[in-house]
Design a protein around this ligand. Structure first.
Ligand code: FAD
Length: 260
């Protein structure tokens, strides 16, 4: 049996997202998976990372988010809500982040989950840091062996987010999450599941969306992963961490970090 952690952010259970969340949980459980749920609004998740997250720190010293996080992670003195989420992450074979696209990104409460749960020593600051090896990240790190997927509802049309769409391509908009938050600590990322033009969802569309999403969930472990380049795999020069000049010569932008 595999464990799937569903990190979910919507303030209203009777929303489209609420209905999709219930559908996902039932589908995953029917397939024999154990679902670990982090329903962030229902948990009243504290989204701001601050000194209260590290109750054992010396209050006389200036608060240093990275160093205090590292020390508390190593010494087991992080606040209990953070430690509980890290334990879910440790158990999870796959993590699904489900959210409505708000201002081109995840809702603030979910960003706050990432900021607080991704402690120094767990999600960053892992491995050797030297002029030869710039940490275990982008393809290496604590989440190696786990899969991750985004399930995102989007008010706009698919064409608004196409290659020439006014909002910019959806792959670019999701790049900071896919590459910077998931691939960075070592997750294998599969293609996002996107629900477009949410204002037009009715009973019929909802059934179609559930059918498509259900197929994605049924094949969670068979789907190809995004082929991001590994930082320490030889494609980048270290320590300047730029793509080697003979790879994708003359090109720049997010796309160069995908292996062709
Ligand atoms: P709801 O509003 O709950 O539902 C959408 C539709 O689905 C409704 O018609 C509802 O009747 C129907 N529905 C709900 N449940 C069911 C069910 N069980 N069966 C059948 N039909 C159902 N959009 C963008 O494209 N880009 C942005 O940057 C962006 N930023 C935003 C920022 C904010 C702060 C907000 C509030 C919205 C933003 N939006 C943006 C729009 C946003 O992405 C959508 O409002 C959201 O994805 C819709 O999801 P929901 O769960 O809130 O849907």
């Amino acid at each position: 049996m595999s464990h799937v952690l569903l990190v979910y952010a919507h303030p209203e259970p009777r929303s489209l997202n609420g209905a999709l969340k219930r559908f996902m949980m039932e589908r995953l459980e029917a397939a024999g998976h154990q679902v670990l749920l982090s329903d962030l609004y229902a948990m009243n998740w504290k989204s701001a990372l601050d000194a209260r997250d590290y109750p054992a720190r010396d209050p006389e010293q200036p608060f240093n988010p990275s160093l205090d996080s590292l020390q508390a992670f190593n010494e087991g003195t992080q606040s209990a809500d953070i430690a509980r989420e890290q334990e879910k992450l440790r158990q999870a074979d796959a993590v699904i982040f489900q959210f409505p696209l708000w201002w081109m990104s995840m809702p603030a409460i979910m960003k706050g989950w990432v900021e607080r749960v991704y402690a120094a020593g767990l999600a960053y600051g892992v491995g050797e840091h030297s002029d030869r090896h710039w940490g275990d990240r982008y393809g290496e790190g604590s989440m190696v062996g786990k899969r991750a997927m985004l399930v995102v509802t989007i008010g706009g049309w698919e064409s608004h987010y196409g290659p020439r769409g006014v909002n910019g391509p959806i792959d670019d908009i999701l790049f900071p999450i896919h590459h910077g938050m998931l691939w960075y600590p070592g997750f294998e990322v599969i293609a996002p599941h996107l629900v477009w033009r949410t204002g037009k969802v009715d009973e019929q569309r909802f059934a179609q969306e559930c059918a498509a999403l259900g197929e994605r969930l049924d094949t969670l472990w068979q789907q190809p992963t995004m082929r991001w380049r590994c930082q320490n795999g030889g494609d980048y020069t270290i320590p300047d961490l730029t793509l080697r000049e003979d790879i994708a010569p003359g090109q720049s932008g997010f796309g160069i970090h995908l292996r062709s």
